[in-house]
Design a binder for this molecule. Sequence first.
Ligand code: ADP
Ligand code: G6P
Length: 467
Amino acid sequence: MAVIVLSNREPYAPRTGPDGRVHWTASIGGLTTALDPVMQREGGTWIAWAETHPELRTVHLPEARPRYRVERLPLAEDDVRLFYHGFANGALWPMSHYFLERAQYRREEWDAYRRVNETFAQAALDCAQDGDVFWVHDYQLALVPGLIRRARPEARIGFFWHIPWPAQDVFRTLPWDRELLEGLLGADLIGMHTAAYTRHFLEACARTLGAETDVGTVRVGARTVRVEARPIGIDVATFETLASSPVTAERAQRLRDNLRTLMLLCVDRLDYTKGIPERLAAFGTFLERHPAARGRVTLVQVAVPSRERAPAYRHLRTQVEGLVGRINGQFSRDGWTPVHYIYRGLDREELVAHYRAADAMLVTPLRDGLNLVAKEFAASSQDGVLLLSRFAGAVDELPGAIEVNPYDVDGLSATLMRALRMPLEEKKARLAQMRQALRRHDLRAWTADFLRDLAGVAALPGPLVQL
Ligand code: ADP
Ligand code: G6P
């Protein structure tokens, strides 16, 4: 049995270097960060969009130590605009994150979404051998399970929805709510990050489709689709080992020496769901309220560029840069700059050195399916505090974090002071508690459980009926 993974984003993106050769750089984002190690272990095929270099169709990755094959699908320029920027990121992304005022539902974009989903499904069918398992990922490809099921009624199909599944009153604003659900229900097993998301999903199936549902299952003709909360884990051991290496310790020390102040760390894709302006505003309030903190605390914001062609994301960048400038203009003094803003991705070693150097990590999305950054920090830090939004899926699993409301600028500013004053023993106890939880459900277990349960599905007796 081989695994065929499908996702819109590819794990590594090709870039032509100054030497004229193509180099493959790891894509940044929760989905690819989680699945690349899975595929490095399992092998198999990964089907994804070829955003650049469309001439490279089949590649073996990672470059240095190939473990799996990537089938790259070029998309027409119009489809990129209508499917990716349009329906996926202009309708489904904001709707699922409760930003209804940003969601735009356009027929032409929905048509492109269907078309591109068909392209992905066909590519998977073309390369599948008997017994292969299909594992489809995320909101860009919700129709793929139904399309594969129609062509291969007996196929084993898993789906993982990486973002929030919103409350039914939000979901039913979508004009194609039925079609989206029917597409997803082509899968045998649907995973989501939290119990609340699966409850919302089951409610949608019951109310929108009139389907028969039970705890964790939906009946679709003669088939039973399992819908379960299975939050993605991280590779805890890798983060722990990297974080405790002498090289990382030295890098972290250098970061601290350069700052010469306490360090608040924020690491995000530059996305409006992440609550970056609200967080910066809270830091501004904190500096206003606590003059003694001026010159003693620095906020380091690492923001990796994301979806830069979309006006909403360009606007966010301008807004964030304006706020950074305003806070720095107002409070900088004697060589101290309150906000250090890094507009790029960090490589894994740099990232972990930052996690280790931080006195507190601020993960304050307005809404987030899970948030891997919070887990990575909890696995890497030795003496830091995690402030975590109540609207991030990961909050269910990280009781050692201090839960915050990202909309409450005053509350956030007060919690910052509490975090910075927390005694070392309490910080260590909280980290130990989180590490224990992370180890119990790490990435290896997540993958093994999902694939085992998916393989088991086929053993169930009874006819399989297509949608
Ligand atoms: P999302 O899926 O919305 O991107 P997550 O927090 O779940 O959010 O996952 C983001 C992943 O990308 C994490 O593995 C994190 O380490 C990585 N990442 C995010 N921002 C950066 C950055 N500025 N530099 C390096 N890695 C980043
Ligand atoms: C989130 C989504 C992923 C997506 C990633 C990066 O993690 O759940 O599906 O790949 O963001 O976004 P991008 O639009 O660059 O793929």
